[in-house]
Design a protein around this ligand. Structure first.
Ligand code: FEO
Ligand code: CA
Ligand code: CA
Length: 737
C-alpha cells in the first residue's frame, strides 16, 4: 500500500512517518488440550467442478540470460531464466511456469454469496475474500480433511492477511460518500461495515486440482476473521487496567484485528497475523484529561488527533449501537472511567494474533508477551526439543527496532498439533528482547522487563509492571538504547544454518533532516538515482542478517552483516554495493521467505516507489551464503549527510558476498502499481502462493476506467483488485531450483 512506500517523499502517508523521538544512540553514537481441538475437526468436502476464479495468467520472459548451472554451498542451482523488468500491466513469470489466480478481493469463500461483481455494489465481506492480500501460510491437511498433515501438498488450509480496505474506494460504487468537513458529519455505516469486514484474515481450504489449485468453497474450515471479530487478550497484559474498555471491563477481550501485514506460523499448527499500522485507525481526543504517561504512550505509537482516523470510522455521526460498534474507534475520553469509553482501545491493538485454522469455532488470541508495536510479522526459529521456542519480529516504521521472543517453556514435539492451548504454553510467558547492532559486527539482545534495571529506571516513562512494559514495548526499547533501523519488514530463518534475515525496506529519514545518523547497520545516505532532490536517505533498502552466538536462538549475543543492498543496476558503485545487474536489480525489499522444500532457497519480494519508473514490483529467488562471507566494506556516502554535520561520510560495515545471477535472479514482475507481498509454498515445493497487493493503487477515479492505472487481474475495463496467485512449473518440478 501507499503508506508502505517511503519514496517518493511527496506521497508519504502519515502511517509511515516515524514516531521515534527517543534520544538513544542509533548506534553506540555511533497438552491435554490438543485433543479437544482436534476433536472438533470435521471434513466437509465437495470440490467445485470448475474454478470460479480461473483466469490463467501465463507469461514468458524474453530475457536472454542463461539458466544457472553452477552449484552453490547449499547444493542448489537456480533453474529458470531471469524475468526482465517491466512496467506492463501484467504478471510475468519465467518461461515454463504458469500463474493462476486463486482468490481475488471479493471472491466468495463459501456458497452463501453471489459472484463478485466488482462494481462497488457487492456486500457481505464476511463471506468473501477481504482486500489487500498480504502475509500468508499453507497448512497441509490429511486426505480425509479431519486433521493436520503438514506434509500433504494436495489438500490444505491457506491463511492469508487482508491488510487494508483499498483507499480510493473501489469497493464502493462511487467511492466513499463525501461526508464533508464537520466533525459531526456522518459516514454511511454500511460503508464502514464493508471496510471493517474487508480487513483481517481469510482461512480457505485449497485443493490440488490437476496442475494447479483451487478453493474448496464447500469446506467447513473456510472463515473470515475481520476488524469486528471478538478476540481474547492473553499473556502479561490480559486483565490489566490499561486494557479496560467499555466492551471488556475486565481487560480480557477486544474486537477486531486491523492492518494485518506480514504473518507467522507456529510449530504447533497455528497462524499468526500481525497488526502493523493500526495507530492510524483511532481518533485521539481530550489529551488534557489524560495522564502524562498516557500521552507519552500515545505519542510514541503515533495515535493522532489530527484526523478522525484513516477511514473516519470513529465519527459516523449517527446513533451508535449499544455495543459501541463505531464508538470503539474513538480513543477519546468520553466517559467517567476507562470502563465507560474507549480511551484504552489503542492498547488492545498492535499485537501478534494467534488463530487456529483447524478449529473453526476458536477465538483468536492477542499474544501480549510478544510486545506491542507496528508488527510486520513473527518468524519462528526451527523448534528443537528441549529448547525454547523463538520468534523474530520487526517493527515497521522509520527508525524502529528488531525484536525477538524466547519462550519460557521448552519445546516438546508432542505439542505439534496443540493449537491455541500450545500457544498458551509457549507464547504467554517468555523473554522479550530488542536488538543492538554494534559497529564491529557484533550485537546484543537487550531484555525488556522490569528485571532489567535500565528499563525499571527509565526516566522518560516510569513503567508500572510487566504489563506496562509489553504494552509500551517501544518505550522500553528506547530505554535500553536499541538500534534504530531503516524500517524492518519481513524476517526469515535459513533452515540450513539458522541464520536470521530481515529486510530494511528504505528510510527517507536516515541521515535526513529529521535525522538518524548513519551507522554500520544502516550505512547509506544518497539521492534517488533519478536525481529527485527530495528523495534522499536509504532510498533502495537492504537486507541484514545475523548468526546467534553458539547457533543458539536463545542467545543474547550475535554477529551480523548486510546480506544485500537494494539498488538500480545503473547506480554509482557507491550505491550499487552488491553489484546488481539487469537480471537481479531491485529496490525496497519487503517480503522474505526461506523455502522449506528447497532448503537454502530464499525469496525476496519488493514494495517499492523509487524504481517504479522502470519496473513494477517483483520477486527474486536467491541462494545466499552465510554471515561474514563478504568481508568489510567502506560505504562512501558521496552526498552531504545532514545528520552528520552536513558533510559526506564514509561508514565501514560488513557486507555479504556480492550477488551474481547464479545466486540472485528475478523470478516475477507484478502488474502496474502493485506490491508483491506474502508467499507460501506447498510442502513438496512444486507450488508457491504469492500475493499481488493493490494493483492500480495510483488510479485517480473509481468509476472511470480510463483513470485506472491497472485492470489486473480481470482485464478489460475492470476495477483492479488484489489477488493470491498460484505458480506452478509446467513440467511439474520444484519451483525455481
Ligand atoms: Fe504492511 Fe510493513 O508493510
Ligand atoms: Ca513495505
Ligand atoms: Ca510489508
Amino acid at each position: 500500500m501507499s503508506e508502505h512506500k517511503d519514496f517518493p517523499v511527496q506521497s508519504i502517508d502519515p502511517d509511515d512517518i516515524g514516531h521515534n523521538s527517543s534520544n538513544n544512540p542509533s548506534f553506540e553514537q555511533i497438552l491435554e488440550a490438543r485433543m479437544s481441538r482436534r476433536g472438533l475437526l470435521k471434513g466437509g468436502f465437495a470440490l467445485m467442478a470448475t474454478s470460479m476464479f480461473g483466469m490463467g495468467l501465463t507469461a514468458c520472459s524474453d530475457s536472454n540470460s542463461p539458466a544457472a548451472t553452477t552449484a552453490t554451498t547449499s547444493g542448489l542451482t537456480l533453474s529458470f531464466n531471469a524475468v526482465a523488468k517491466s512496467v506492463a500491466d501484467a504478471l510475468t513469470v519465467p518461461a515454463g511456469y504458469t500463474a493462476t489466480v486463486l482468490l481475488a478481493t471479493g471472491d466468495p469463500i463459501n456458497t452463501s454469496v453471489p459472484r463478485y461483481r466488482n462494481d462497488g455494489t457487492d456486500t457481505d465481506f464476511d463471506n468473501r475474500s477481504g482486500d489487500h492480500h498480504d502475509g500468508m501460510h499453507y497448512f497441509g491437511m490429511n486426505v480425509a480433511g479431519t486433521a493436520p498433515d503438514y506434509s500433504n501438498s494436495n489438500r490444505g488450509l491457506l491463511c492469508l492477511n487482508h491488510e487494508v480496505a483499498e483507499d480510493l474506494g473501489f469497493m464502493h460504487a462511487n467511492g466513499p460518500t463525501d461526508y464533508g468537513t464537520a466533525n459531526t458529519n456522518a459516514r454511511p455505516t454500511a460503508e464502514i461495515d464493508k471496510e471493517v469486514a474487508a480487513h483481517g484474515v481469510s482461512v480457505v481450504e485449497v485443493v490440488k486440482s490437476g496442475s494447479t489449485y483451487q478453493v474448496n468453497r464447500y469446506s467447513n474450515y473456510n472463515r473470515r476473521i475481520t476488524g469486528a471479530t471478538v478476540m481474547d487478550i492473553s499473556g502479561p497484559a490480559a486483565y490489566d487496567d490499561l486494557m479496560v474498555t467499555a466492551y471488556s471491563t475486565s481487560g480480557s477481550q477486544t474486537r477486531g484485528t486491523v492492518n494485518n501485514c506480514g504473518n507467522g506460523y507456529t510449530p504447533w499448527g497455528t497462524y499468526l497475523t500481525c497488526e502493523e499500522n493500526w495507530a492510524g485507525y483511532f481518533y485521539r481526543r481530550n489529551d488534557a484529561a489524560r495522564t502524562a504517561k498516557e500521552n507519552t504512550s500515545l505519542n510514541r505509537y503515533g495515535v493522532s488527533g489530527s484526523s478522525s482516523g484513516r477511514y473516519n470510522w470513529s465519527r459516523p455521526g449517527v446513533a451508535d449501537t449499544a455495543e459501541g460498534v463505531y464508538a470503539r474507534w474513538n480513543a477519546g475520553i468520553t466517559g467517567a472511567t476507562a470502563a465507560n469509553d474507549y480511551r484504552n482501545v489503542p492498547n488492545t491493538f498492535g499485537w501478534i494474533v494467534e488463530i487456529d485454522p483447524f478449529d473453526i469455532g476458536s477465538t483468536p488470541r492477542k499474544r501480549t508477551a510478544l510486545g506491542r508495536f507496528g508488527h510486520e510479522g513473527a518468524w519462528p526459529a526451527k523448534a528443537v526439543a528441549g529448547k525454547p521456542v523463538v520468534f523474530y519480529m520487526g517493527d515497521d516504521s522509520r527508525n524502529e527496532y528488531i525484536y525477538k521472543f524466547v519462550s519460557d517453556a521448552l519445546w516438546d514435539a508432542a505439542d505439534a498439533n496443540g493449537g491455541l492451548f500450545a500457544g498458551d504454553k509457549y507464547m504467554d510467558a517468555g523473554k522479550l528482547y530488542v536488538a543492538k547492532f554494534n559497529a564491529d559486527g557484533t550485537g546484543t539482545w537487550e531484555l525488556l522487563s522490569m528485571s532489567n534495571p535500565t528499563v525499571a529506571a527509565y526516566a522518560t516513562y516510569t513503567f508500572a509492571d510487566e504489563a506496562d512494559v509489553v504494552i509500551n514495548a517501544r518505550l522500553a526499547a528506547d530505554a535500553v538504547g536499541a538500534t534504530k533501523m531503516d524500517r524492518p519488514e519481513w524476517g526469515a530463518v535459513n533452515p540450513l544454518n539458522g541464520e536470521v534475515y530481515m529486510t530494511l525496506t528504505n528510510n527517507s529519514q536516515r541521515g535526513g533532516s529529521v535525522a538518524r545518523p548513519l551507522d554500520a547497520a544502516n550505512p547509506r545516505y544518497y539521492a534517488d538515482a533519478k536525481g529527485v532532490t527530495t528523495n534522499r536517505g536509504n532510498v533502495n533498502g537492504h537486507i541484514i542478517r545475523w548468526k546467534e552466538a553458539g547457533n543458539d536462538h536463545a542467545a543474547t549475543a550475535f554477529t551480523w552483516d548486510i546480506y544485500l543492498f537494494g539498488s538500480e543496476a545503473a547506480a554509482a558503485a557507491s550505491v550499487n554495493l552488491s553489484s546488481l545487474t539487469a537480471d537481479n536489480d531491485f529496490s525496497s525489499p519487503d517480503g522474505l521467505w526461506f523455502s522449506h522444500a528447497a532448503p537454502g532457497l530464499l525469496w525476496v519480494q519488493t514494495d517499492d516507489g523509487a524504481y517504479t519508473d522502470q519496473t513494477n514490483c517483483m520477486m527474486l529467488a536467491a541462494i545466499p551464503g552465510s554471515v561474514g562471507d563478504g568481508g568489510s566494506v567502506s560505504v562512501a556516502n558521496t552526498e552531504n549527510v545532514p545528520s552528520n554535520n552536513n558533510a559526506p561520510q564514509t561508514v565501514v560495515t560488513r557486507m555479504g558476498k556480492t550477488a551474481t545471477t547464479t545466486t540472485l535472479r528475478r523470478f516475477l514482475v507484478g502488474p502496474k502499481d502493485c506490491e508483491i507481498t506474502g508467499i507460501a509454498e506447498s510442502p513438496d515445493g512444486k507450488a508457491i502462493f504469492v500475493n499481488i497487493q493493490h494493483p492500480g493503487e495510483n488510479s485517480t477515479s473509481v468509476t472511470d476506467p480510463n483513470q485506472f492505472t491497472s485492470h489486473w487481474p480481470d482485464g478489460g475495463n475492470a476495477r483492479p483488485r488484489s489477488a493470491t496467485v498460484v505458480i506452478t512449473r509446467n513440467d511439474g518440478g520444484k519451483i525455481a531450483v
